[in-house]
Design a protein around this ligand. Structure first.
Ligand code: IPM
Ligand code: MG
Length: 360
């Protein structure tokens, strides 16, 4: 298969982790007889440095010409980086939001899985970590507070800021369908998370999700308030299969879910539209504090590349091979610093990429 892959190396540790993911992809290409053509795309801080803005029309056009985009991470240290002296709409994060919107990437899949080998790194009580968990957050990505009208003004001498949380039924229905579709292939449970005891947008969310559920009698639907969900994630994460939620709640809950796996450095994500196209990126940020030191964990990006092979290219065997190689490396006791525990061997970013590639 011939695959056109856009690559956004990005900022901070982005270039290092993307390099390792490409190493693994190239190994897959050789072993399974595919050809991967890469096009480098600029986004975030790297785009600001080159063009003064975090996202250009050119990047959107190039991304659209690819079958999928693999991304590292964008953004810098908000205290020290000059990018954060720009107005908010010109900062790196605005580029990420812009490309999500421009490519209509409304469905954000964030799996959180506790590897048996990493149970020691799980910050939860041992009886909870022993039960393990394997959940997926289906986060709505192009609506809600992130894209509602916002403004800051002075009213009668008082500084006032407004952000708007709005969803229409079409936006809710299409993300709900995605959640049910994926639940059918998993343990057939959807927990829809909202704040329907307070918010109108959540009350509509709940109604539309119930309508969609009618089309999936084999899937068990439950509802949960977001505050309760935040608590349940640390008390009993094993109860969840697919968590379906709106943009902002999903942002917050996915960081929490990833941390209870022991390291945010392990978690991949996919942002999909209604075609086979997807943007694949680790769930973690650009970690500017450790950039360029060969200390970053490349596994989340490598697993994002596996997701890309699975969801955009339907290359399940190849994706399985990457996931098995990651597991094998962990079983053999190799660890980057973020997931290190006694008795394991600590390696850097490049070595971790080599070890995984060699096992494909
Ligand atoms: C994420 C990030 C982004 C978000 C930021 C960088 C804008 O936190 O992908 O979760 O809030 O969506
Ligand atoms: Mg986030």
């Amino acid at each position: 298969m011939n695959c056109r892959i856009g690559v956004i190396s990005g900022d901070g540790i982005g270039p290092e982790i993307v390099r390792e993911a490409r190493k693994v992809l190239d190994r897959v290409a050789g072993k399974f007889g595919h050809s991967f053509d890469y096009t480098e795309l600029l986004l975030g801080g790297a785009s600001i440095d080159a063009h003064g803005v975090p996202l250009t029309e050119e990047t959107v056009r190039q991304a659209k010409a690819c079958d999928a985009v693999l991304m590292g991470s964008i953004g810098g240290d908000a205290k020290t980086s000059p990018w954060y002296r720009l107005e908010p709409s010109k900062r790196p994060e605005a580029g990420l939001l812009g490309i999500r919107k421009a490519l209509n990437l409304f469905a954000n899949l964030r799996p959180a899985y506790l590897y048996r080998e990493l149970r020691g790194a799980c910050p939860l009580r041992e009886d909870i970590s022993e039960a393990g968990f394997d959940l997926l957050i289906m986060r709505e990505l192009t609506g809600g507070l992130y894209f509602g009208e916002r403004k800051t003004e002075v009213i009668d001498g008082v500084r006032t800021a407004v952000d708007t949380l709005s969803y229409n039924e079409h936006e809710i229905r299409r993300i709900a369908k995605r959640a049910f579709d994926i639940a059918v292939k998993r343990r057939k449970k959807v927990c829809s998370v909202d704040k329907a005891n307070v918010l109108d947008s959540s009350r509509l969310w709940r109604k539309v999700v119930e309508e969609v559920a009618q089309e999936y009698p084999q899937v068990e639907l439950s509802h949960m308030y977001v505050d309760n969900c935040a608590m349940q994630l640390v008390m009993n994460p094993a109860q969840f299969d697919v968590i379906l939620t709106e943009n902002m709640f999903g942002d917050i809950l996915s960081d929490e879910a990833s941390m209870v796996t022991g390291s945010i450095g392990m978690l991949s994500s996919a942002s999909l539209n209604d075609t086979k196209f997807g943007l694949y990126e680790p769930s973690h940020g650009s970690a500017p504090d450790i950039a360029g030191q060969d200390r970053a964990n490349p596994i989340a990006t490598i697993l994002s590349a596996a997701m890309m092979l699975r969801y955009t290219f339907d290359l399940d065997r190849e994706a399985d091979a990457i996931e098995a190689a990651v597991r094998q490396v962990l079983q053999e006791g190799w660890r980057t610093g973020d997931i290190f525990s006694e008795g394991c061997t600590c390696v850097g970013t490049v070595r971790m990429g080599d070890l995984i590639a060699e096992r494909i």
